[in-house]
Design a binder for this molecule. Structure first.
Ligand SMILES: [Zn+2]
Ligand SMILES: [Zn+2]
Length: 269
């Protein structure tokens, strides 16, 4: 696919999903926000702009380019095995999702990676904009891992494209502060990570934020024993964020960018 069309399509779809979730949050919020949109959204949008500029400057072809290259040169396990496109598509999607899950666990377990990832968790509320809030270095490391996996397996470009589009949409969806009937959440949770499921991962409680690592498919958490159904304090009363970076000035864009390199002590309880 033409890179310009790819960017326009992904941007258009992300904006549409963002607008839909923001409207849903306004009409049927799951819980009251403690800080609100106005103090957080400018920085959460700002970080997306920084991420986009950095990625487009340093890795213009990104993951899809790697898939097109692998397909053109017959690289990767799937080409060696001569898999049918439909099989390679399904396997490729599952492998990418499992890798994203494993990478997320790694970002929590390795101290130097946690420094980058904790900026995502330091948001004092969780809503659709939190789904955009990732440190640019985390984005670059994630891209490098995805490129390596795509090349190693020879994951077809169509699977990579669909995966990236779905991942963008589900990240916005499952960070949203939206209310949906319990019965709908229960059924949806069989197939994808719902907002109630991912909110547990943003709890200030370390046992809770070390669970529910999935972004698209909820199965890996159940398979590897990291699934937690709901927060102990309940969705309405749970505290979002980390013990560190609780000062409101930490919501500024410059503070978000420098959080990985600072050793702020937790505030006294
Ligand atoms: Zn996390
Ligand atoms: Zn999250």
């Amino acid at each position: 696919m033409n890179p310009t069309i790819e960017v326009v399509f992904r941007l258009g779809l992300a904006l549409a999903v963002f607008a839909a979730m923001a409207a849903w949050e306004a009409f049927a919020p799951r819980r009251p926000l403690s800080v609100g949109r106005w103090s957080r959204w400018p920085s959460n949008f700002g970080i997306v702009v920084v991420d986009a500029l950095l990625v487009r400057l340093l890795m213009p072809t990104a993951v899809l380019g790697a898939a097109v290259y692998a397909a053109g040169h017959g690289l990767g396990l799937f080409h060696q095995l001569n898999l049918r496109l439909s099989v390679a598509f399904l396997l490729g999607f599952l492998i990418l999702d499992l890798v994203i899950y494993a990478q997320h666990v790694m970002f929590h377990r390795l101290p130097w990676l946690w420094r980058l990832h904790r900026m995502h968790h330091a948001d004092l509320d969780i809503d659709v904009s939190t789904g955009l809030r990732f440190h640019p270095f985390e984005i670059l490391i994630s891209l490098a891992i995805k490129i390596a996996v795509v090349m190693a397996f020879g994951i077809p470009p169509v699977a990579v494209f669909v995966f990236e589009v779905v991942l963008n949409a589900t990240s916005l969806f499952n960070h949203s502060n939206v209310r949906m009937p319990q019965a709908v959440d229960r059924v949806a949770r069989l197939l994808l990570v719902t907002p109630d499921m991912h909110r547990v991962h943003h709890s200030i409680d370390s046992a809770e934020h070390n669970s529910n690592f999935g972004f698209n498919l909820p199965w890996w958490d159940r398979l590897f024993g990291t699934y937690r159904r709901e927060p102990a304090a309940g969705h309405d009363r749970m505290t979002i964020g980390l013990p560190v970076f609780r000062d409101r000035k930490e919501l500024r864009l410059d503070r978000l960018l420098t959080q990985p390199f600072r050793d702020d002590e937790p505030r006294a309880p």
